[in-house]
Design a protein around this ligand. Structure first.
Ligand code: COD
Length: 300
């Protein structure tokens, strides 16, 4: 099974229970719009933590009916995030979502040693894109959390993403480890990592997926391009997951897909106690709604 579109996520969660989702620093229009839509669709039961007046004003201006939704007033952004994380820590909520707060502020709370959401695994960011020029959904990692992952981190990032894809119904997802070129170049660390990861996969040191690399972006997503370059690869042109060399490359690809290619996106942090809905503050309401779908599908 592979996902053709992000709306396929609805089939995965159909009939499941509504998950308790806590929105941290909830006074954010796109986040509130997405949360309320997902609530009306019976996907989640929301808890809103943030500036109550700000939340109510946004809801009034946009005709969002939030009667019956639990709101906890905490105007201080940092305290609202801390309270949200603690609520998940105490198992009072199943999903954490970032509202009007910076990514690193939220992640620092999530990583708090006393009351955060660590599991002992590396946490990593996972994004799913639906783009008209590719025949299926394509996952990209890590574009927002791990800044300059080393080889060990990349193994953990692949394992987090592959486990998520398997939960979504994939059997042996195909993983392309990206570099600037498809040959190993000792001066380009990403190509060395890619070759090692591919060999570790062949030797079953990384399981449940097929890894190939280094692949440049063109041969990862286009078989024709790979054939023109004479590359024999099970992954080329049929990639399910792109592993980025570092956060800069990953984040630029994310934003390019969204702003230039008009891709739809859903994104999460994986590896914590629960899925964390983490999109960029500039992402659309649709992206936030699709991310909630993904979080529910990933925690089914
Ligand atoms: N998984 C598990 N534990 C981690 C991780 C991780 N990915 N990263 C750090 N830790 C642990 C460390 O082992 C350590 O115990 C503690 O957390 C603190 O580690 P530091 O000092 O390296 O990390 P911080 O707190 O300075 O920063 C962690 C962030 C995730 C905030 C940082 O890596 C970061 O800013 N990432 C980029 C976030 C961002 O700005 N994204 C924007 C793109 S939209």
């Amino acid at each position: 099974m592979v996902l053709k579109s992000l709306s396929d996520l609805k089939n995965i969660i159909a009939g499941g229970p509504a998950r308790k989702l806590v929105l941290a620093a909830a006074q954010d229009q796109h986040s509130l719009g997405a949360v309320i839509k997902a609530w009306k669709d019976n996907i989640i039961e929301p808890i809103l933590i943030g500036d109550k007046e700000g939340i109510q004003n946004i809801c009034e201006e946009n005709n969002y009916d939030i009667s019956g939704v639990r709101i906890i007033h905490e105007p201080d952004m940092d305290k609202a995030v801390e309270m949200s994380v603690k609520m998940v820590n105490k198992k009072e909520a199943d999903i954490l979502m970032k509202g009007k707060v910076g990514t690193s502020t939220l992640l620092k709370c999530v990583l708090n040693k006393e009351w955060g959401l660590r599991t002992g695994n590396l946490l990593s960011h996972f994004a799913l894109f639906e783009v008209d020029t590719y025949p299926k959904v394509i996952a990209v990692t890590d574009v927002a959390m791990n800044i300059a992952p080393n080889l060990q981190d990349k193994i953990a990032i692949i394992n987090n993403s592959v486990s998520c894809l398997v939960r979504l119904g994939y059997k042996m997802p195909k993983v392309a480890v990206l570099g600037a070129v498809e040959m190993v170049n000792e001066n380009m660390e990403a190509t060395l990592h890619a070759a090692l990861l591919s060999k570790m996969n062949q030797r079953d040191q990384i399981r449940n997926c097929i890894i190939d690399g280094p692949l440049a972006f063109d041969n990862a997503v286009s078989l024709e391009s790979a054939q023109l370059k004479g590359i024999r690869s099970e992954v080329a042109g049929d990639t399910d997951l792109l592993l980025m060399p570092d956060i800069e490359v990953g984040n630029v690809l994310y934003k390019s897909l969204v702003f230039f290619a008009k891709a739809k996106v859903a994104a999460l942090i994986l590896g914590a106690r629960v899925p964390i809905v983490l999109t960029s503050r500039s992402d659309s309401e649709q992206a936030k709604y699709d991310s909630i779908l993904l979080s529910a599908a990933a925690s089914k």
